[in-house]
Design a protein around this ligand. Sequence first.
Ligand code: HSE
Length: 338
Amino acid sequence: MKVNVGVLGAGTVGGALVQRLLLDRIQIREKTGVDLELKVVAVKHLEKPRSFELPPERITDQAMSVVSSPGIDVVVEAIGGLEPTGELLLTALRSGKPVVTANKELVATRGEELFEAANRSGVPLMYEAAVGGGIPVIRPLAESLAGERIDRVSGIVNGTTNYILTSMAQDGRSFKEALEEATALGYAEPDPSDDISGRDAAFKTAILARLAFGEWVAPWQVECLGIEAVSRADVEAAALAGKVIKLIGVAERVGRDISTRVSPIALDVDHPLAGVDGVTNAIFVEGPAIGRLLFTGPGAGGQPTASALLGDLIQVASRRNWQGKAPSYRRPRQVLHR
Ligand code: HSE
């Protein structure tokens, strides 16, 4: 079962995915029965050095030609940002191509529109890689927990800020040094102000809220405070008081409403999230039947995020009959305002 794959973007995450597709094709085919043929990679700058080798005819700077090509079966997006990515993915979906994306900003901001396009074409839109890097949390929420009446989803959903806070607390780094390290390790966004300001965590919190409660929450509706104002002195003062500062995202039911917020919180050292360090993310899901579940693992970085993309890609590719099927990852809308 051969599936022709077009990849958009070859930065930290896209580059890691391309490596995996080139190196592990046979192993994936033997394990899953799916033969993923990487047809083309769209990049912004053709001349930029890459972490993989491909013949020139398989690299293009014309992303639109990839999403509209009849020779491509599935599109994987790792460009990020709202434009031109939004139009690219809508074009892919409207032309009947399943889409796998890591783009939390786009899913959080234009998810409704994208899912409508996916629904119309009867193709899946998958986004496990958009929240929690390599942690499987989207599919468990959407599928395994579809029968649970979820009360609350909360936790550490940004690797860069957690890396910075940990580095300041444990290694005595300044904010600037820690951010430089997080950038060098491929954790931070191209514009790290989205990490620092809490916006990135707000996108992820909005996506989790949608999955948990069946309601779209716009990212701007998430109350958001980042870690710009957190200094090493604050981190040290917290430690003296037996506390650890973490940037926490919360989506919860409050009466008939949904409350969503992102902010730094000083947790007691014995809080289960207090020892979640570095790039690690950790997400609690709470409900009456399940009590409290914890999903934890590497929340950012090329390889873990590419692993999530690859999982979605194999899932999509193994469903040869995706035409006419409802897209995955949609929960039935729950009536909240009765
Ligand atoms: N910049 C993001 C983070 C990447 O640090 O969590 C993963 O979404």
